[in-house]
Design a protein around this ligand. Structure first.
Ligand code: ATP
Ligand code: CA
Ligand code: CA
Length: 409
């Protein structure tokens, strides 16, 4: 990713986001009280300027910050095992974020915290409404399902900043959320898939150079430089099918995984959500490259020596699907652990069906192509999604499990 530091076009945005979070989150630090209904609707506003005042310190830029349901998100962070001080450190100890180069089509911006533990995603107004509307359900679901695969939301905020536009000052509102980075900063993910369970347009065309790089990594001889930071193509459903990829889980993990997936998908369908994906990162422990001299990470972390040891923080605590270095190992038909670690989660879960329908109608009117966007009702979307994933699970064949580690030596 690109570093967002002073001078970068989005530096002001990043600065405002992080300053707002720092002040707002540290305000919300008294004794935790049981949540009440009002907490799910409450908002808190802060105004920043150069002079500062009793509730906000002086800030390099003038902007307004709005925090949504701060008490609820604080509880959520605790449920996900985050330490409050550590959370603040990761997000605000320096104004450095890395920008992910346009990962989606939606126009959202993504920023990594400097230690790569958290991702800030800018979202559409309607997505923010959707999260607020269903925050209670999301919260209850997380409490009831400690092993949920759903994206972990840690905060929902808005900044309002002045922008000069044709000699007039306008105010621009940017909604954003803080969530978990599903992938660990210290392990190489050889392949990443974003799976929706539909095949229409679901392919990532990999350039010959990228393919060469991927093959190298696949064979375990990617150079040291081919780090976690360098962006690799995110592959999709058709790449998955073409490559005959399988999630290699034996009976126990398969059962646990499908059970949780079913529960999570049921919630999304009930909340009228669709267009989400299963994000799957594959790390093969037999193809380990040394991560010790990764400059980018080291530079970011020079002054926090402890960070390497607890990189994923406590968010892995007791989570079934994060039990192995923040992910979960493959297993064979006898439930013996294999050599692959999967990092799995359901992402992009704030798209309301009616919104997508609107976009579809818009697209259709432009292209006259009815197949271009295939918005299907949330229940059907969920079933198709579940089925695709269910059909992708196979235990690691026993002989493969025995041979694989040796074959690569
Ligand atoms: P679109 O609506 O066009 O699908 P979007 O802008 O809503 O895209 P997402 O689908 O949320 O974006 O994410 C796009 C990509 O960013 C994902 O495919 C994944 O590579 C990366 N990404 C998103 N969320 C996470 C996460 N929590 N952890 C790691 N990577 C993520
Ligand atoms: Ca998406
Ligand atoms: Ca989206």
């Amino acid at each position: 990713g690109n570093k967002v530091s002073e001078g970068h076009v989005n530096f002001t945005i990043a600065y405002d986001m992080l300053t707002g979070i720092r002040v707002s989150v540290s305000h919300c630090s008294g004794k935790m009280k049981p949540l009440i209904k009002e907490d799910f609707k409450s908002t808190k506003k802060l105004a920043f300027d150069f002079h500062g005042n009793e509730s906000t310190p002086s800030s390099q830029y003038a902007f307004k910050f709005k925090d949504y349901s701060p008490e609820v998100f604080r509880e959520l962070r605790a449920s996900f095992g985050l330490d409050p001080a550590e959370y603040l450190m990761s997000l605000t100890s320096k104004y450095i974020l890395s920008e992910l180069n346009s990962p989606g089509k939606s126009g959202s911006f993504f920023y990594y915290s400097r230690d790569y533990k958290y991702i800030i995603k800018t979202i559409h107004h309607s997505e923010h409404l959707h999260l607020r509307k269903h925050l209670k359900e999301y919260y209850n679901h997380v409490k009831k399902n400690p092993n949920t695969l759903l994206c972990q939301y840690y905060g929902l905020h808005r900044i309002k900043m002045p922008m000069s536009f044709q000699h007039k000052v306008k105010h621009r509102k940017i909604y954003f959320l803080v969530m978990n980075n599903l992938f660990p900063p210290f392990l190489e993910i050889q392949k990443t898939f974003d799976i929706k369970g539909s095949t229409w347009g679901r392919i990532t065309n990999v350039s010959p150079e990228e393919q060469e790089e991927l093959d190298k990594i696949q064979n375990g001889d990617g150079d040291d430089e081919s780090s976690i930071i360098r962006s690799k193509p995110v592959l999709k459903d058709l790449n998955w099918l073409d490559g005959n990829e399988r999630i290699k889980f034996g009976p126990i993990k398969k059962r646990e995984f499908l059970k949780q997936l079913r529960t999570d998908v049921n919630l999304l369908a009930r909340l009228n959500i669709m267009d989400y994906s299963l994000l799957l990162g594959i790390h093969d422990t037999t193809k380990m490259i040394p991560m010790g001299d990764n400059d980018e990470i080291n530079n970011n972390e020079q002054d926090d020596n402890n960070e390497k040891t607890n990189q994923i923080g406590n968010s892995i605590f007791n989570h079934y699907f994060k039990q192995d270095d923040g992910g979960i190992r493959s297993s064979d038909q006898f439930d013996q652990d294999g050599e692959i670690i999967y990092f799995i989660g359901i992402i992009d879960c704030l798209t309301n069906y009616s919104l997508l329908k609107k976009c579809e109608t818009f697209w259709r009117s432009l292209s006259h192509d009815t197949k271009l966007v295939s918005a299907i009702p949330p229940r059907d979307y969920g079933n198709r999604f579940y089925k695709f994933i269910e059909d992708s699970i196979d235990p690691l064949p026993k002989e493969d499990f025995k041979d694989n580690p040796k074959k690569n030596n």
